[in-house]
Design a protein around this ligand. Structure first.
Ligand code: ZN
Length: 109
C-alpha cells in the first residue's frame, strides 16, 4: 500500500500552502497507471489530516485513464495497465497520460 506515503506528501504540501487557514477541499489528479486505489487514498487522507488544518477536508480525486503512443505504428492507444505493449505488438511505446500525481486545487477558509 503506497497510498499512505503518497497521501502524506500531499497533506504536507497542502498544510504548508494553507498557512494556518482551515482547508475545506483538496482536489488531486492521480493517473490510473500510478496504481493508487482512490478508496485507500481517502482512508489515508483521513488518517494523515487528523490534527492538522486539513482535518475534515473533502478529498476529490480525478483519475485520468492511461494512454500511450506507439513509435512503431505511430498510433495512440489506451493503456489500461502497465503492460507497455501496442496492439500492433510493438513495445516501443511512450506513456502520454495516466501517470499524473498532482494537487489540482484546494479551497481554504
Ligand atoms: Zn503500434
Amino acid at each position: 500500500m503506497h497510498e499512505l506515503s503518497i497521501t502524506q506528501s500531499i497533506v504536507d504540501a497542502v498544510c504548508e500552502r494553507a498557512d494556518g487557514r482551515p482547508v475545506r477541499t483538496v482536489r488531486i489528479r492521480v493517473g490510473i497507471l500510478t496504481a493508487v486505489v482512490p478508496d485507500s487514498m481517502r482512508f489515508c487522507f483521513d488518517l494523515t489530516t487528523a490534527g492538522t488544518v486539513a482535518e475534515g477536508a473533502q478529498l476529490e480525486i480525478d483519475q485520468p485513464p492511461g494512454t500511450a503512443h506507439c513509435r512503431a505504428c505511430e498510433k495512440d492507444f489506451a493503456l489500461p495497465d502497465l503492460v507497455l505493449l501496442c496492439p500492433c505488438g510493438s513495445a516501443d511505446v511512450a506513456i502520454t497520460s495516466g501517470q499524473e500525481l498532482q494537487i489540482v486545487s484546494m479551497r481554504v477558509g
